[in-house]
Design a protein around this ligand. Sequence first.
Ligand code: ATP
Length: 207
Amino acid sequence: MALQADPERKRRIGIFGGAFDPPHAAHIALVRAAVTDLNLDEMRVIPTGNAWHKARPLSPASHRLAMARLAFGELPRVVVDARETERAGPSYTIDTLTELQALWPDAELFLFLGEDQARALPSWRAWQQILQLAIIYVAERGDWRRSKPGFMAPKLYESRFRHLTMPPIPVSATDIRARVAARQDPLPLVSQSVAHYIDHHHLYQTT
Ligand code: ATP
């Protein structure tokens, strides 16, 4: 007998934001783990527009969006969402979550963060409201060279945090940009298509 879809089951939407300058192997591993382990109906990968929290200027959004489409576009149930790059002013996660909740009022929203971003969350605009709108899944960073203790959820909000299980992958976009600037091959830390894009557009030639 064919299994019936559960009509009571809420849609499960993942949200993964980032500079993706460039998108790399750990980002892809995180997205794959999230979609599979949480049985997501859809994972929205959302390149940031104007990143208020990054000290360095980012590459133009058009490049980061194009690379995100190359890196994530073929993954099942993944949608690369341009909304933050199209919005004027700084990209705030609360605005994005509010928009997505309006789109799917009955869905469960899951926000995915690496542990560095999870640690910084209390400095984000309306962060308590973010915790009301979404469950936060935190991924360990394999490139965490600094001797920081593991991420601890704020006591009051512990129930809103979960751990995303994925193998720690020691890679960061900073390392990749440095490799390219040093004329080293970014493969296999980025996909073939992203490596080709970087080369074709002469990105990251200087640090
Ligand atoms: P940069 O080195 O330029 O700061 P990044 O490698 O941290 O970039 P981002 O695009 O800023 O990449 O990160 C997007 C999201 O992916 C963030 O939540 C970040 O914590 C997470 N992330 C990045 N690298 C890893 C990694 N190696 N393991 C787990 N999560 C990661």
